[in-house]
Design a protein around this ligand. Structure first.
Ligand SMILES: Cc1ncc(COP(=O)(O)O)c(C=O)c1O
Length: 393
């Protein structure tokens, strides 16, 4: 057998989204693609903003010598300067290019960060429901995840969090706005979370890093502004990308930002550079770095996502579904009307609506809807949602 037992087990565990995707393909063949309402994938239908194509054309029409060569592992200084400038504007903290490392998406950023921080046996605290790749990313670098349950708002249960942190805890990994719930962690929550981290650091004499995975940071609704972790914990690291805010997931461009006042940042940045290289990424794609340098303050049309959130939330709650109203990203995570989320997802499938069971995100009894789809698909799914809840009532 060619595949290790561990990878086989992980493939089984992490395959919910892929499974729905494959079943969706079969259903589309049977019923016609236009009759199947696939809300299972987090792949935005939005095209990148016009500024992206303007930059792409400008660069293609005026190539400069060496623009496709190797560069420092952290990326181009001018791109890192632009990212630092944007973060300074958003946070009021004095970021410089020295605190920024360009990466292959948020996934690349998280792997570089975890490899830099973890020793074998170290623990990463994650919060259910979570992006399932975290479990595999931690394992890539010898770590294990310890999961904390949510409260009724999908905020972390802070008492459970305090008891989950121990002498092996090296990283606390948060994701806000959240995949799969769409919930935004507010400043009060970040402050209370960070207080617990600091008291545990004192108790155990350790350094614990608050790592914030924020590819949805700019997809915020209702005029909300983003509460940054950098105001709460000095061992703060952001891992993010332009996969969602510029709709460039296939281009693999993101970055890591380290708190500019963290005294160990020099050594940490050296490690991030080393790990970017030795994980085989080497550096983030050159062409994308040339482009996103000028797009740090540009974002896809968020009001389109907000309108879809409103339509879906109002429709589902009107039908009797229970769910928290998302404040960002493009996901919703309703409670399954019956205990068994897989059975309910099967019921929805009978009505040609595809979603992902909550257990794929470490929280059974729910299901995830990804509403980054066109309006026809979203509106077309509503009859199926109604029929499914009525059939189990
Ligand atoms: C919460 C979360 N983190 C990280 C990623 C990975 O992002 P990227 O495509 O930039 O690697 C995703 C992608 O969907 C995500 O939802």
């Amino acid at each position: 057998m060619p595949v290790s037992n561990k990878v086989r087990r992980f493939m089984e565990q992490g395959s919910w989204i892929r499974r729905m995707f494959e079943e969706g393909m079969t259903l589309k063949q049977q019923h016609g693609a236009e009759n199947v309402f696939d809300l299972s994938l987090g792949n935005p239908i939005t095209e990148p903003p016009t500024e992206f194509f303007d930059e792409l054309r400008r660069i293609a029409n005026g190539p400069t010598q060496g623009m496709h060569r190797y560069m420092p592992n952290a990326g181009y200084a001018e791109t890192r300067d632009a990212v630092a400038g944007q973060l300074t504007d958003e946070t009021g903290l004095a970021f410089t290019s020295d605190e920024i490392l360009m990466t292959c998406g948020a996934g690349g950023a998280l792997n570089v960060v975890l490899k830099s921080l973890l020793d074998p046996g170290d623990e990463v605290v994650i919060f259910a429901p979570y992006f399932v790749e975290y479990v595999f990313y931690a394992d890539n670098h010898g770590g294990t995840c310890r999961t904390v349950p949510p409260d009724e708002r999908y905020f972390p249960d802070l008492e459970a969090f305090a008891s989950a942190v121990n002498e092996k805890t090296r990283v606390v990994l948060i994701n806000s706005p959240n995949n799969p719930t769409g919930v935004l962690y507010d400043a009060d929550l970040l402050s209370r979370l960070s207080d617990i981290i600091r008291s545990k650091e004192q108790e155990f004499g350790t350094e614990i890093f608050l790592v914030s995975d924020e590819p949805y940071r700019k997809i915020l609704f209702d005029g909300l502004t983003y509460p940054h972790i950098f105001h709460h914990h000095i061992r703060g690291i952001v891992a993010t990308s332009h996969s969602k805010d510029l709709a460039l997931p296939g281009e693999r461009i993101g970055y890591v930002a380290v708190h500019p006042d963290y005294e160990g940042r020099g050594e940490l940045i050296d490690a991030l550079n080393f790990c970017n290289r030795t994980l085989g990424f080497v550096n983030a794609p050159a062409l994308m770095q040339h482009i996103v340098k000028s797009l740090q303050s540009v974002t896809v049309n968020v009001s389109g996502y907000q309108a879809k959130r409103d339509l879906l939330y109002d429709s589902l709650t009107g039908m009797g579904y229970e769910t928290v109203r998302p404040q960002g990203a493009f996901y919703m995570f309703p409670k399954s009307p019956i205990e068994d989320d897989v059975a309910f997802v099967e019921e929805l499938k009978k009505h040609l609506v595809l979603v992902v069971p909550g257990r794929g995100f470490g929280l059974a009894g729910h299901f995830r809807i990804s509403y980054c789809v066109d309006d026809r698909t979203l509106e077309g799914s509503l009859a199926g949602f109604r029929a499914a809840i009525e059939s189990v009532a």
